[in-house]
Design a protein around this ligand. Sequence first.
Ligand code: PGA
Length: 255
Amino acid sequence: MRKVIVAGNWKMNKTAKEAAEFFAEFKPLVADVKNAGIVIGVPFTALETATRETAGSNIKIAAENMNANDSGAYTGEVSPLMLKDLGVEYVILGHSERREYYGETDAIVNEKVKAALKHGLKPILCVGEKLEERENGTTEKVVEEQIVGGLKDVCAEKMANVVIAYEPVWAIGTGKTATPAQAQEVHAFIRNLLVKMYNAEVAENVTVQYGGSMNDANAAELITQKDIDGGLVGGASLIPEKFTVIVKAGDSAVK
Ligand code: PGA
């Protein structure tokens, strides 16, 4: 059985103070969640507050990016060791906004994925096609390249700590969600790809999240699809009550 994980991605939102307020409200709302994993990705400046406020709870904290090096002359960057030191467990890597605005290639993302795994951080590897790629029929090719590139030299054993998030770029922040059938189709493709890259056991056990305008109204029908194992949620993760509904939809979905 694979784990359903519902992750929030706050992006460049919330100060440390606002993060503390969020967790004070959110923690009791999800205290009874047992089956689903709960992860929230917060800006670097809120990580310390977030890990402190969630210590001992069922909520895990993610960074939204990371440098692949341990330390050194990389002005403005944050290393995996620094994240580990704060009690961070996950790191969102290769988000389409990083690829689009900061030039992150599959090779760069791959270095970060390997660095995260080396230091015991769990990468959430984001992949997904742009609108023109969906329209010209290259969705599977694009997603395959991103997964093969992002997971280069990652062995089957390490895959137990990898989460994949399928996020069609045209659905992110647009209010335009992929239909459950559209999303399921790509998720099934990803799982088959993992069979080819690794083996059936790895493919069966990897959590593959859907992301892109997931909200409290559409989460249940997406997460109940056979190969959709939770969500990576942007906008709707900023509001405790809304995000709770999504977490609970994940908690009742059995894979
Ligand atoms: P959204 O963002 O839920 O606001 O569409 C998802 C994401 O970018 O991870």
